[in-house]
Write a protein that binds this ligand. Sequence first.
Ligand code: SF4
Length: 225
Amino acid sequence: MKISEIFHSIQGEGVLAGVSSVFIRTSGCNLRCTWCDTPYTSWKPEGTDQSVDSVLAVVKEFGARHVVLTGGEPMLFEESVTLCEQLRALGHHITIETAGTVFRPIACDLMSISPKLSNSTPLHDPFWSLQHEKLRLQAEVVSRLMSLCDYQLKFVVAEPSDLAEIHPLVSQLNANAEKVLLMPEGRDGATLNERSIWIAEICKQYGYRYSPRLHVLLWGDRRGI
Ligand code: SF4
């Protein structure tokens, strides 16, 4: 599987924000979000092919119980299934971060699904704009992923009007509002803070959960955090 980076940090987003975790970042994505914060795994994918055994050996060195399999899109790789089976056998807590466009029957403890809204479409790129629109929302795949284990639905929100896309999807998926997380789009503290204020009000109104981006607030827009 193609790996961009493996590093130890704290989980910055979602219900496990603040938890010490090892991140395995695969490289390669079937989407091209205009605001992608890891373009080195999507627009210009970098990385090396590594075996499951070599990934496990690196994870072991960090000694953390929580492991986050992220990307890029980790569900593109068949080896992700074997990797998670083996991590599970070693007693790790596994979070999978996915956009929810590819299904695999995979072992995990938290399926963190981030369905992409129209604010992610790369309008500057006609080819990828079409591809992205075709693939970005697949409610049936999301629903199957939600049935595998505990889940969170994490939406990247840029404008209050994004809620017009979120509400119907939440309803279609019959998702528990407390498992719906709204997270500000932004790659710097000032943007995140400005958006967080009105997003928090929306969360109060609809019973959704606010998600920070702690890693950006702590370390800024950097790799390996
Ligand atoms: S799905 Fe994730 S990795 Fe892929 S382009 Fe969008 S933000 Fe980047």
